[in-house]
Design a protein around this ligand. Structure first.
Ligand code: 3HC
Ligand code: NAI
Length: 698
């Protein structure tokens, strides 16, 4: 026996208790212990075996940390088959989350009981793999083909009640898993119940698997695992025996296990959890957060207030005038009505959030007692300075003063207060009550407990919080500005916006950069370009003006019905705007550029090389602590395909030398834009990867 599985005899029942905190992952010790436990129970003449988990959960799945390492037996599929084949009655008592390999062990057991709060599912698709220990063969045998396919291809967890209705479990009972499991096993023995193996049940019904495979592949936008799951369930329905189905499941599982998508998704899983763990915050208690203030109730302020209210935080919203305050309230109500419609809050909660814990004011004195204020006024340094000066005067000692600025210098903002240690950037993304990313921008003098409070707020609002240093655009917008420029340059040189959008959506982005520009509003970039030109641009920087002409004609994208695309009311998406190609052609002619053809592959390669190069500069300068911080920023704020793990994980997989070679080739045409990042050159020279840096700094 190993320590990971406790063994105990209660009469005729052998009790196997999993004790591998925090989630009882089915690592080597657990697998060895389970196998030994079942064998010992059989040798000792027990009549039944109860399997349950200590702590917060039954098994939450295979041990993901073992993936990619040389496999060591006993293997999970063999263990499941061995459990199922036991002549004893095997009962599993489920609580917490029985996921992946965990549910597979439960399905290999002969009877299943669960607590009312237990959840179960096969989330392997989210890790780029499929259930590989019989889940695709056994779940459809108990739940039917349709239900199993829906659960396996989506990775959705079901509650105990739904699982009972679907035949996944046999019983629900209140109580500790050990107690309800023992009572059930005893009951089965008393009833003289026989062994009941799911694998021996008839094969599930066949459906039109080919059609479903095609539609699942399309829906996955390039992600392979959901569609591959369809093929595995097909094997359950169409194979001659369980063994043949299991063999096919194994082959498909190994295909996915060896894929780059599995690398990307596992990287995303661990990075999502590592991103908010900063060594310097260990043992630092965040400040108390009982209420917050928000200044400016426009797009962002209203979204931030909505997110805070939804987390139960009272909000004081400050606007310039009574009318603006009313308009802000209208926006917040609109957002909360959306939450109400989707069943996220009840009518009663809606009333509490809008009428009781939201206060509107035009007087700074209303902010004198809040613990944290987030400023979301116009993006103008002079305006922000006035606001922070007033906050400094009215806010209580220890209150945190935060700015939602997208680009401005948080050090400069902090310097206009008498308490720069209390000032921080909290950069939300639009719409702030929906988007998961929060950049916690740490200025030179920001106190550590203020940083800790930024992360605590992010956690409360269910955000993925990333630490960022101060620079123009922080992590995300700075990198975005660069890869957008790479796309703009390709347009001047001969690519069309539509080809670029298509190539990048095929790469896996939710939208291409020009469709995004139409959605955000072309006026934003226009204002930025005017500002940059007024400040004086480096003569080596390539500039283009065809979009300005669109803006001058009043075409700002979706909100005006026309931009790169033409939008018709009631229709989703747009069609290419024919005027754009003429404007681009005219600008090329004016600049004396002979357009050349780009392949889709070249578009993706250049776009990604620009993104990786700037990201490497951001890490090299310490603006992002680790490569994984950049990866999570792009994943949660910029629609980067999760199955590629993030730009720097993509670069590791692609090969850093290859990415650097692309940059150097492009630099032959434009060495100003394509200046290689020193960190990238260093890693290539040393034969190391971005992931090595993640490991060294986590
Ligand atoms: N393997 C290894 N470590 C795991 C793990 C797993 N399956 N599941 C969670 N962990 C780790 C986390 O990394 C985290 O570690 P950390 O504290 O060092 O950061 C710790 O356990 C706690 O996890 P969470 O912070 O996520 O805790 P929550 O309470 O928020 O969530 C959970 C718990 C719902 C179980 C969530 O962790 C989860 O969804 N885990 C993954 C479940 C999963 O995907 N299972 C399928 C695995 S693949 C498989 O089984 C293949 C098989 O078919 C062959
Ligand atoms: P907005 O124009 O929609 O809203 C600004 C609001 O601030 C208006 O309602 C205005 O009445 C109010 N306001 C202006 N000066 C004020 C003052 N002195 N006191 C009180 N209220 C005042 O602007 P938006 O888009 O919400 O942006 C706000 C901030 O958030 C900017 O700094 C912007 O850079 C940043 N941001 C914007 C994002 C976006 O996608 N729109 C994303 C992330 C950050």
């Amino acid at each position: 026996m190993t320590d990971a599985i406790g063994y105990e005899r209660i009469g005729d029942i052998a009790v196997l208790k999993a004790q591998n905190p925090p989630v009882n992952a089915l690592g080597f010790d657990i697998r060895t212990g389970l196998l030994a436990g079942v064998e010992r129970a059989e040798q000792e003449g027990a009549k039944a075996v109860l399997i349950y988990g200590e702590g917060r959960t039954y098994f939450a799945g295979a041990d993901i940390k073992e993936f990619g390492k040389p496999p060591v037996g006993p293997f999970l599929p063999d263990l499941c088959n061995r459990i199922e084949a036991s002549p004893l009655i095997i009962v599993s008592a489920l609580h917490g989350t029985a996921l992946g390999g965990g549910l597979e062990v439960a399905l290999a057991s002969h009877y299943r009981i669960a607590t009312p709060s237990a959840k179960m599912g096969l989330p392997e698709v989210h890790l780029g793999i499929l259930p590989g220990a019989g889940g695709t063969q056994r779940l459809p045998r108990v739940a039917g083909t349709q239900k199993a396919l829906e659960m396996i291809t989506s990775g959705r967890q079901v509650g105990a009640k739904e699982a009972l209705e679907a035949g996944i479990i046999d019983k629900i009972a209140e109580g500790e898993p050990r107690d309800i499991g023992l009572a059930y096993a005893q009951e089965l023995l008393e009833q003289g119940a026989s062994r009941r193996a799911v694998g021996e049940m008839p094969a599930p019904e066949a459906i039109d698997f080919d059609t479903l495979y095609g539609s699942t592949l399309k829906k996955g936008r390039g992600q392979l695992s959901p569609a591959t799951c369809v093929r595995a369930v097909q094997a359950a329905a169409e194979s001659d025996s369980l063994e043949a189905g299991l063999k096919r499941e194994r082959e498909l599982f190994m295909e996915l296990m060896n894929s780059d998508q599995r690398l990307g998704l596992i990287h995303a899983f661990f990075s999502e959890r590592a991103v908010s763990k900063l060594p310097e915050l260990k043992g630092i208690a965040p400040r108390e957060l009982a209420s917050i203030g928000v200044i400016g109730g426009g797009t962002m302020g209203a979204g931030i207030a909505t997110a805070a209210l939804l987390s139960g935080l009272p909000v004081v919203m400050l606007e310039m005038t009574e009318e603006a305050a009313e308009a802000a309230k209208g926006r917040i109500i609109g957002n909360l009505q959306g939450a109400l419609k989707r069943g996220k809050i009840s009518e009663a909660q809606f009333t509490t959030l809008t009428e009781e814990i939201l206060t509107l004011s035009t007087d700074y004195a209303a902010l004198s007692d809040v613990d944290l204020v987030i400023e979301a006024v116009f993006e103008e340094m002079s305006v922000k300075k006035v606001v922070f000066g007033k906050l400094d005067a009215v806010c209580k000692k220890g209150a945190i003063l935060a700015s939602n600025t997208s680009y401005l210098d948080v050090n400069e903002i902090a310097a206009c207060t008498s308490r720069p240690e209390d000032v921080i950037g909290l950069h939300f993304f639009s719409p702030a009550h929906v988007m998961k990313l929060l950049e916690v921008v740490v200025a030179d003098k920001t106190a550590l407990d203020v940083v800790a409070t930024g992360f605590a707020l992010g956690q409360r609002l269910k955000k993925i919080s990333v630490r960022a240093g101060v620079c123009d655009g922080f992590i995300g917008n700075r990198i975005l500005a660069t890869y957008r420029k790479a796309a703009d340059h390709m347009i001047l040189d001969g690519a069309s916006p539509y080809q670029i959008d298509k190539a990048l959506t095929e790469f896996g982005f939710a939208m291409g950069p020009f469709a995004v520009a139409d959605l955000a509003g072309l006026d934003i970039g226009w204002a930025m370009r005017k500002r940059k030109r007024a400040e004086g641009m480096d003569p080596r920087e390539r500039d283009s003006s065809y979009v300005d002409k669109m803006c001058e004609a009043g075409n700002f994208g979706q909100k005006t019905g026309k931009g790169y695309y033409v939008y018709e009311a009631g229709k989703r998406g747009g069609t290419p705007n024919p005027e754009v190609s003429d404007l681009i052609a005219a600008e090329r002619a004016e600049k004396g550029i002979t357009p050349r053809a780009f392949t889709d592959e070249e578009i993706v390669t250049r776009y990604m090389a620009a993104m990786v190069n700037e990201a490497a500069k951001v890490v090299g300068e310490g603006i992002a602590r680790r490569p994984l911080d950049v990866d999570m920023t792009l994943l949660f704020g910029y629609g980067f395909p999760r199955y590629r793990g993030g730009p720097l994980k993509w670069a590791d997989i692609e090969g850093l030398d290859k990415v650097l070679a692309t940059i150097k080739t492009a630099a032959q045409e434009d060495d100003y834009f394509w200046e290689p990042a020193p960190l990238l050159e260093k890693l290539v020279a040393e034969g190391r990867s971005f992931d090595d840096l993640n490991k060294e700094n986590s």
